[in-house]
Write a protein that binds this ligand. Structure first.
Ligand code: MN
Ligand code: MN
Length: 266
């Protein structure tokens, strides 16, 4: 019996700092999943066509109440029989998602893919900026461990925040000596598309060269050795995409995470 997976669109980009557009990534990534150019089998041998349940987009207004609505949606999704994969939206959505999932399921590690540490105390006066979700998450103590993979833009302030919160970074400059990750708690994955090199994923607001290939990211996902209680894929910006390639990459990341949810289900 396969585990059901809810696809929940979170079309919010009001906390983006450089440019908006990620809100429309939610529907584009889910549409790419059903593109006739590919099937829904994972590389690991699971048929996702029988487990995906497209829940559509959350209805969100561009007001501070959006964060509370996202948190509530995560509580509901986390207590349902299905495992949620949330599709953003910008990275600000991950704070209310992790907060809600913590209420629903208890302790877990957050495995964070990103070019950026996203742990500014605030950014341009916004404590809920897409550059700040991990400061809020660590202050609230809603994850037991945070591992950020793909980092290559850390400022001095963010290095101080890493020390303050005890965040683990796998930085791109050290790629050749990265350890194999192992987890003694369940895992929540948050995947910022700009973790990937812009050559692989140009449809993002912040082009940061020197990133992961799609293959390298998939290999890390396939090596996860713990149950996956949920995930989000964020920062797909279709306005910046070329021939829809980043939409297809986002769909592939969603599909392979979904396969690992099946594989590692308890
Ligand atoms: Mn991010
Ligand atoms: Mn980023």
């Amino acid at each position: 019996m396969s585990k059901r997976i809810s696809l929940i669109g979170v079309p919010l980009d009001t906390n983006s700092s450089y440019m908006r557009g990620a809100a429309s990534g939610a529907s584009v990534a889910v549409e790419a999943l059903s593109c006739d150019s590919a099937n829904l089998w994972t590389e690991t041998g699971y048929d996702m066509s029988v487990v995906f349940d497209d829940k559509g987009l959350l209805e969100l207004s561009e007001t501070p109440e959006a964060m509370a609505l996202i948190e509530q949606a995560a509580v509901e999704a986390g207590t349902s029989d299905a495992t949620p994969i949330f599709v953003g939206g910008d990275h600000s959505i991950t704070y209310p998602l992790v907060k809600g999932m913590h209420q629903a399921v208890g302790e877990f590690t957050v495995l964070h893919f990103d070019a950026h540490p996203d742990c500014y105390d605030e950014f341009e006066g916004n404590r809920y900026s897409h550059a700040s979700p991990f400061s809020r998450i660590m202050e609230d103590g809603v994850c037991s461990r945070l591992v950020s993979v793909g980092i290559r833009t850390a400022s001095g302030h963010q290095r101080e925040q890493r020390e303050r919160f005890g965040i683990e970074w796998l930085e791109m400059k050290d790629f050749a000596s990265w350890p194999t990750l192992s987890f003694d708690t369940p895992v929540y994955i948050t995947f910022d598309m700009d973790a990937l090199d812009p050559a692989h994923a140009p449809g993002v607001a912040h082009h940061e060269p020197g990133g992961l290939s799609t293959r390298q990211a998939l290999d890390i996902i396939h090596a996860i050795d713990a149950p996956i209680i949920g995930a989000d894929v964020v920062e797909l910006n279709p306005d910046r995409d070329i021939n829809g390639v980043t939409g297809m990459v986002a769909a592939k990341i969603i599909r392979e995470i979904a396969g690992m949810i099946q594989k590692n289900a308890r």
